[in-house]
Write a protein that binds this ligand. Structure first.
Ligand code: PLP
Length: 353
């Protein structure tokens, strides 16, 4: 368990897996990192990370970036020209939580797909692709997929489903992009390798600041040609770094120490969902990975009141998602005891209503 304190008044932080704090071992690895200038490709620790991720994802080349948001923006810049269109599920991060970046930075509009769990099928893709028309339609240029689906419920795309939607996109000349913010969770959950998941994707990125527990860092991977172009956009967006090995060392540490243990987060999510399911008035969605979503409209108290009571009187922090839905995310800094504590305190919080 980390020796670094949570914000005052919080004992169990379930708002997001971004809440993880670098552990003592990770901090040591960062302090001891051998470094050089990233922009000259001379940072040996960053280079080592990129090689390792390329191998894991089965891609030719990769770049290190400060955030997942920047990875998505670079992908859309690579695939789209202004006026082009991205096919993407309406629940995805790039649509809802990136401040309009696809429009602002790539000049692209989004064509929204819908469906339960953040998933969709090949027929939906087929129907959403615009027929070529010189005067009227935007050009459909890229299909964007989240693995796992965040607001979709932390659900894992199966290989078969990915193959079907990417085949449809490719047949119509679209590129395929994977937002792999939690690809690691999908791999640990399913036993399918990362490279199998990424096989039919032109661009893919993985985050190290979610369940992997790092303070900063994402890796974006693609063909050597696309990565050459990605370097230009990285510089334009101000994402080029210098002695980035300090950060890459944390990511390498995470691959060694925090990858397989994601299974514990998944078990904790199941435990949390089971505990919450016993509480009358909560409608809990079955979790697949490290996210638990539930609705509180059967409770008889407002969602805001529920969240603030849990936080201020019971030191458990959860996050709102939509008008009546709540998200709880398990991670490295949440133990099994913390889960039991959170369930107990939720029961208590509702007793006093
Ligand atoms: C967190 C997240 C991002 C953005 O990643 P950052 O590293 O926080 O910029 C993008 N997509 C999904 C699905 C995410 O969960």
């Amino acid at each position: 368990m980390p020796s670094y304190p949570l914000p005052p008044g919080i004992r169990v932080e379930l708002v997001s897996d971004t809440a993880t704090r670098p552990s003592p071992g990770m901090r040591r690895a960062m302090a001891e990192a051998v470094v050089g200038d990233e922009q000259k490709r001379e940072d040996p620790t960053t280079n080592r990370l990129l090689e390792r991720v390329c191998e894991l994802l089965g891609k030719e080349d990769a770049i290190f970036l400060p955030s997942g948001c920047m990875c998505n923006s670079i992908a859309y810049r690579l695939h789209c020209r202004p006026g082009d269109e991205i096919l993407i599920h309406d629940s995805y991060h790039a649509v809802n939580y990136e401040v309009g970046a696809p429009a602002a930075l790539a000049g692209a509009s989004v064509r929204l797909l819908s469906g339960p769990d953040g998933l969709f099928d090949a027929q939906q893709v087929r129907q959403a692709i615009r027929p070529p028309h010189i005067n009227h339609h935007p050009r459909s240029r890229v299909l964007s997929v989240e693995q796992t689906t965040n607001v979709g419920g932390g659900k894992v795309w199966s290989l078969d489903a990915l193959r079907a939607v990417t085949a449809e996109a490719r047949e119509h000349g679209l590129a395929c992009h994977m937002d792999g913010a939690r690809l690691w969770n999908a791999v640990v959950k399913s036993g399918v390798t990362a490279s199998e998941y990424c096989e039919r994707f032109d661009t893919v990125w993985v985050d190290f600041t979610k369940g992997m527990g790092c303070p900063v860092g994402s890796v974006f991977a693609a063909s050597a040609d696309l990565i050459r172009e990605a370097w230009r956009v990285k510089h334009q967006l101000g994402g080029a770094m210098r002695q980035s090995g300090i950060l890459a060392a944390a990511c390498l540490y995470a691959l060694d120490h925090n990858f397989e243990r994601l299974a514990e987060d998944h078990a904790n999510a199941e435990r949390l969902a089971a505990g919450l399911s016993d509480i009358a008035g909560l409608a809990v969605e079955a979790p697949e990975t490290n996210m638990v979503f539930f609705r509180v409209d059967g409770l008889g108290i407002e969602r805001g009141e529920f969240l603030s009571r849990l936080l201020s009187d019971h030191s458990v922090r959860l996050g709102p998602n939509g008008p009546v839905r709540i998200r709880a995310v398990t991670h490295l800094d949440v133990s099994r005891d913390d889960i039991d504590f959170a369930v107990r305190e939720t029961v208590d919080a509702l007793k006093s209503s």
